[in-house]
Ligand binder design. Structure first.
Ligand SMILES: NC(=O)c1ccc[n+]([C@@H]2O[C@H](COP(=O)([O-])OP(=O)(O)OC[C@H]3O[C@@H](n4cnc5c(N)ncnc54)[C@H](OP(=O)(O)O)[C@@H]3O)[C@@H](O)[C@H]2O)c1
Length: 331
């Protein structure tokens, strides 16, 4: 088994991070859109979230990804509380672009105006109890590219003022990501990448433009943990129980999609060879996919934190295993 002794870098910023980040969406708890669509992952226990983050720190994790909107500010507050005096030891990424009410826990819409960037940043700094954000990310995946040029310029100003160190766009569109890539302090693209949902064009852009590829949904929103079944509804407050169009793999009120479960089953024995759990095998695929990838699996418990962080020591899959996976999936 190859091991991974080294950290990874946030692209041209040179900021050093552990090869795995922790995704803080689920720990925001329940929130919803104005029409009642759940946007969280159901209920969470804040004390357990804090313990999970502290356990991650013990295990060498130095990168945390959140967003102002997750739990309408709650995820940032929990992360700030958990990091406490360790804030200076870690790299914090958050996002702006959504407008929400912390009291009602409702996301009211989006704001792509240049004025909103500073407003949102000020609020995030307060909730995270910090004086700067290491990586500030645009959370409107389909924002207008011309507007994005203005937002990129605002981000460059914020870098000059020392309020952020670098910035990125969270988008699955390579053309949009390329607009941000032209800014000198753009350091990454955040995009979906997992063994079932590859993203070759975005990985090519990251290589050409010297950007990190920060990988959301690295476990296909939990499907690659192998514990979900078909036909059984998830909690009402869980977005996977009422999946929007961009969230394949789950069926409304019916748990995991059997087609996706069959793919996971087909990969199980290969991913769990070499003493890895299924989750660790899924993360190992991401590291083998490119030296620029940094998966940010979500978590809700200390046990998940330990299993996910435990993947680091086991390193990437081998080239032979990668080829076998492509064959199994018919790619
Ligand atoms: N637009 C955006 O910018 C955007 C969009 C999506 C995600 N993200 C970021 O990416 C992060 C990760 O993506 P994601 O939340 O979509 O999904 P993910 O990482 O693919 O899946 C996370 C979920 O898998 C389950 N899980 C995690 N570790 C596990 C383990 N060891 N054993 C069993 N189950 C485990 C947990 O859910 P259960 O236990 O409930 O199954 C967890 O919430 C997010 O937290 C967020 O920071 C950003």
């Amino acid at each position: 088994m190859e091991t991974m002794a080294h950290n990874r870098t946030l692209g041209r910023s040179g900021i050093d991070v552990s090869p795995l980040g922790f995704g803080c969406w689920a720990i925001g708890g329940e929130w919803q859109s104005t029409d009642g669509q759940p946007l969280g992952w159901g209920k969470v226990d804040d004390d357990e979230s804090v313990h999970a983050i502290r356990r991650a720190l013990d295990l060498g994790v130095t990168f945390f990804d959140t967003a102002d909107a997750y739990g309408t500010g709650h995820s940032e507050r929990v992360l700030g509380r958990a990091l406490g005096k360790h804030r200076g030891d870690v790299v914090v990424a958050t996002k702006w672009g959504n407008v929400f009410d912390e009291r009602t826990r409702i996301r009211e819409g989006q704001d792509d105006s240049p004025e909103h960037v500073r407003r949102a940043l000020t609020a995030s700094l307060q909730r995270l109890n910090t004086d700067h954000i290491d990586l500030y990310q645009l959370h409107i995946s389909d924002a207008d590219p011309e507007r994005a040029v203005q937002l990129r310029d605002v981000c460059e100003e914020l870098v000059r003022e020392g309020l952020i160190r670098a910035y990125a766009w969270s988008t699955d569109d390579p053309d949009r990501a390329a607009v941000f890539a032209e800014g000198p302090h753009c350091a990454a693209v955040q995009h979906r990448l997992n063994i079932l949902q590859d993203a070759p064009e975005l990985l090519a852009l990251c290589a050409e433009s010297d950007l990190a590829s920060i990988n959301r949904s690295p476990l296909a929103m939990g499907l690659l943990a192998g514990k979900h079944t078909a036909g059984r509804a998830l909690d009402d407050g869980d977005i996977r129980n009422a999946p929007p169009a961009w969230l394949p793999g789950f069926i409304a009120n019916a748990g995991a999609d059997p087609v996706w479960l069959r793919r996971v089953d087909a990969l199980r024995s290969l991913l769990t060879s070499d003493g890895r759990t299924l989750v660790q095998g899924a993360l190992a695929w991401i590291w083998a996919r490119s030296p620029r990838t940094i998966p940010i699996p979500g978590f809700r418990t200390v046990a998940q934190a330990e299993e996910n962080a435990g993947a680091i020591a086991k390193g990437p899959l081998t080239a032979g295993q990668m080829a076998d996976i492509d064959r199994i999936l018919g790619r």
